[in-house]
Ligand binder design. Structure first.
Ligand code: UD1
Ligand code: MG
Length: 451
């Protein structure tokens, strides 16, 4: 059995923020949620998050995680003190406890799997994730013998100048045999430069302890300030983009593109510059996205192109062309082979397949059948100032240029709306509707002239 404890009670003063550090977002997820997600592959039976500074904000940020238990650390007296707070929660627990700092968001699951595997193979009391850093300043230094057995961890500020030369650092990620850790936690003292209870001292008391060096030291980057937050975003983006390129996606000018790690892409997708894919987004194969597009929380089929457009919370079927300058938002659903063109906004609208809406239109709360043609400048008047109303258009119906469809309204199949109509009443199948004043021509008429 594995339990996880995430240390998330610190303030993070260097963020210079009213938010606790661990609720800052990195690529769409908070730091603490990323720490939790990195352990998911170990299928922990318990997820404890130790909260203190801004506890309510941390709890709110994790409110959707019903698998998390919060442990209060009312005074922040150090990482060892934070770990002591879990003792009453794990009275009956038998197994291994993984402890992570809440501000280390880039850990890979495989790294944690490797840490746990080493821990179990060696039957260790504790196993420590370490890294060899070119610039180890600020981190606790880890001293080992030739067999990777831990001798001591010494905090940077407690090191002698010679000890500081050691580049092997403590990542702040530990696997403990809980039976062993709970014996030593009560024995910690605050006899150090910071007058804090150090979790690293608990490690120093235990035996046997071995270390696992992480291959890619960027994984253990901790976030202490906004600069490190931005750097972590860069690391994350590089990782995601290199991964997609290796899997058959073309990125034109990768530096100008951002892709959340919650996005999935099909093969032979081409992503053009200044395109951003966010949230829960799935893209089919052979799509061309961008330049200049934002796609968020949306599902897109195969062979779809999205040019200079914004698509959020929507579902687009295959062979659809969107843009330039279209905006699809709030549960739009587009059928196959539709064309949504220049300056078109769709909101909560369902388009049947092979429907065209090519220029300068707004459809809100509308549903169309298949093969519908929405003429340039067609607008649904869906809001009466109090409520939103629906517009329904049947198969093969065509609206003329500059039509206003005043909802609630149902037009049947094969209806043609004359250009410039303001349609207020529903129309049955197979009809032409003209809802505008007739043109009046007065032959020979001139403007009156002054005397
Ligand atoms: C710690 C390690 C150090 C390691 C480094 C890696 C100790 C004593 N030192 O140092 O060896 O190299 O992490 O990043 O552990 N926290 C609490 N309650 C507290 C204090 C801290 O929950 O009372 C949380 C913080 O919110 C943070 C984490 O623990 O998420 C780490 O605390 P921090 O003070 O940043 O430790 P470091 O000085 O970085
Ligand atoms: Mg720190």
């Amino acid at each position: 059995m594995v339990a996880v404890a995430i240390l998330a009670a610190g303030r993070g003063t260097r963020m210079k923020s009213t938010l606790p550090k661990v609720v800052h977002e990195l690529g769409g997820r908070t730091l603490v949620e990323r720490a939790l997600d990195s352990v998911a592959e170990l299928s922990p039976s318990r997820n404890l998050v130790i909260v203190g500074y801004g506890a309510d904000q941390v709890k709110t940020a994790l409110a959707h995680r019903t698998d998390v238990e919060f442990v209060a650390q009312t005074e922040q007296l150090g990482t060892g003190h934070a770990a002591q707070q879990v003792i009453p929660y794990l009275e009956d627990f038998e197994g291994d406890l993984l402890i992570l700092n809440g501000d280390v968001p880039l850990l890979r699951s495989q790294t944690l799997v490797q840490l746990l595997t080493t821990h179990r193979q060696n039957q260790n009391a504790a196993t420590l994730l370490t890294a060899i850093l070119p610039n180890p300043k600020g981190y606790g230094r880890v001293f080992c013998d030739a067999q990777n057995h831990l001798q001591e961890i010494i905090e940077d500020r407690d090191c002698t100048p010679e000890q500081r030369q050691n580049q092997r650092i403590n990542a702040g990620v530990y696997c403990f045999s809980w039976a062993a850790l709970k014996e030593v936690l009560p024995k910690l003292s605050a006899d150090n430069d910071q007058k804090e209870y150090y979790l690293t001292d608990a490690v120093n008391f235990l035996n046997p302890v071995t270390v696992v060096d992480v291959a890619d030291f960027q994984e253990i980057s901790g976030i202490n300030d906004r600069k490190q937050l931005a750097e972590a975003y860069g690391i994350l983006q590089t990782r995601i983009k290199e991964d997609w390129m290796a899997r058959g996606v073309t990125l034109i000018d990768p530096a100008s593109i951002t892709i959340d790690d919650t996005v999935t892409l099909g093969s032979d997708v081409v992503i053009e510059p200044q395109t951003h894919l966010r949230g829960n987004t799935t893209i089919g194969s052979n799509c061309r996205l961008g330049p200049g597009s934002l796609i968020e929380n949306s599902t897109i089929g195969d062979r779809v192109s999205v040019l200079y457009s914004v698509v959020t919370d929507s579902a687009i079927a295959s062979d659809v062309r969107i843009g330039p300058y279209a905006h699809l938002r709030q549960q739009v659903s587009v059928g196959e082979q539709c064309r949504i063109g220049n300056f078109v906004e769709l909101k909560k609208t369902v388009l049947g397949s092979k429907t065209n809406i090519a220029h300068l239109s707004y459809l809100g709360d509308a549903t169309t059948g298949t093969n519908v043609n929405i003429g340039a400048g067609t607008i649904t008047a869906n809001y009466d100032g109090v409520q939103k109303h629906k517009t329904i258009l049947g198969d093969r119906t065509k609206t003329g240029a500059n039509s206003v469809l005043v909802a609630p309204l149902t037009l049947g199949a094969d209806v043609t709306v004359a250009a410039g109509s303001a349609v207020t009443d529903s129309v049955e199948d197979d009809a032409l509707v003209i809802a505008r004043a007739r043109q009046v021509v007065k032959p020979g008429w001139r403007l009156p002239t002054a005397e």
